[in-house]
Design a protein around this ligand. Structure first.
Ligand SMILES: Cc1ncc(C[n+]2csc(CCOP(=O)(O)OP(=O)(O)O)c2C)c(N)n1
Ligand SMILES: [Mg+2]
Length: 328
């Protein structure tokens, strides 16, 4: 596991079954999907709140590529990319955001509550820090049933100041659960600079207090994230979990779509745009520009079509207001 050693050659040859072009394809799909979502939200076409992860695509793509289809994943309010990377249907996701009956949750969840149990997606969740106990519960179930499934929790650096994170991490540690904690450190928690919220600058350092191994990686380099995730998932699968990966990244947009971000220094966003995860991957894949351009075009087309289908779809049937709401 390293922070800079991987190249497209070593990745294709040795890092794992998913190639760098495939990782790029997953990132460009997330980019296209969320760019479209942002545009439509600003045009008042999408109800509720929308939090995009533009600029953070490498974390979702790199981590989820290291997972099996039946592994569990829990995500936060900023979870579109994680769900798409874990295999959620693009049309079903888009329709869900538009609150249509054809949505993955029949239009009753929306952006912050997308779930797809068939793909191990336990759900997006707006309660900061809550993904960690959810994944720990799923990891415990996998361990007791001897299923070999790993449970991943995505959360932001703001969540590591929540009690739920610490309690759940401690339980996962003493029970050696197959749980991978992925902290997307994008520097901001709502409208505040997270670097002023703790004397401990790095969320990864918190893990050592619980006897849990952690790595901090460049979260804008999908090759690096993927390698770190493969190693951490292998640790969990072997029964030596949990593990924590801190991915250093940056959210390009505000906390939610519409936030004008007066709290960010002027030059910071520009500097991070120079580290655009798609550009970082393109540099590794120099010589394959045509192929990558075609992937970008296909992703944009897929997002466009998903929007058209969502707009044409019917809202949930009022007769079904109480269906899909409670579990048995
Ligand atoms: C328990 C709880 N406390 C507060 C909030 C309000 N809130 C929503 S998002 C957020 C910040 C989250 O920051 P971070 O964990 O870094 O995630 P990011 O938004 O950067 O992805 C807060 C405080 C909440 N939703 N849940
Ligand atoms: Mg954050």
């Amino acid at each position: 596991m390293g922070t800079s050693a991987a190249t497209s050659e070593t990745l294709t040859a040795s890092a794992g079954p998913v190639s760098l072009p495939e990782l790029y394809e997953r990132m460009t799909l997330i980019r296209a999907f969320e760019s479209k979502v942002g545009e439509l939200y600003r045009a008042n076409e999408i109800p509720g709140f929308v939090h995009t992860s533009l600029g953070q695509e490498a974390v979702a793509a790199g981590v989820c590529a290291a997972l099996r289809d039946d592994d569990y994943m829990a995500t936060s309010h900023r979870g579109h990319g994680h769900c798409l990377a874990k295999g959620a249907d693009v049309d079903g996701m888009m329709a869900e955001l538009f609150a249509k009956g054809s949505g993955l949750c029949h239009g009753k969840g929306g952006s912050m509550h997308v779930a797809d149990p068939a793909r191990g997606i336990l759900g997006a969740n707006a309660i900061v820090g809550a993904t960690v106990p959810l994944a720990v519960g799923a990891g415990l179930s996998s361990k007791l049933r001897k299923q070999g499934r790993v449970a991943v929790a995505f959360f932001g650096e703001g969540a590591v100041n929540q009690g739920a994170f610490h309690e759940a991490l401690n339980l996962a540690a003493i029970w050696s659960l197959p749980v991978l904690l992925v902290c997307e450190n994008n520097l901001y928690s709502e409208f505040s600079d997270s670097r002023r919220m703790s004397r401990v600058p790095s969320p990864a350092e918190r893990a050592s207090g619980y006897g849990v191994g952690a790595v901090k990686v460049d979260g804008n380099d999908v090759a690096v994230v993927y390698e770190a995730a493969l190693a951490a998932v292998a640790t969990c699968r072997k029964g030596d979990g949990p593990a924590l990966v801190e991915a250093e990244t940056y959210r390009w947009q505000g906390h939610y779509e519409g936030d004008s971000q007066p709290y960010k220094p002027d030059d910071e966003a520009e500097a991070w745009r120079g580290r655009d995860p798609l550009l970082v991957a393109r540099k590794r894949l120099a010589g394959h520009e045509e192929e990558l351009d075609a992937m970008d075009a296909r992703a944009r087309e897929q997002a466009e079509q998903a929007v058209e289908r969502a707009l044409a779809a019917a809202p949930p049937d009022p007769e079904e207001a109480y269906a899909h709401v409670f579990s048995d």
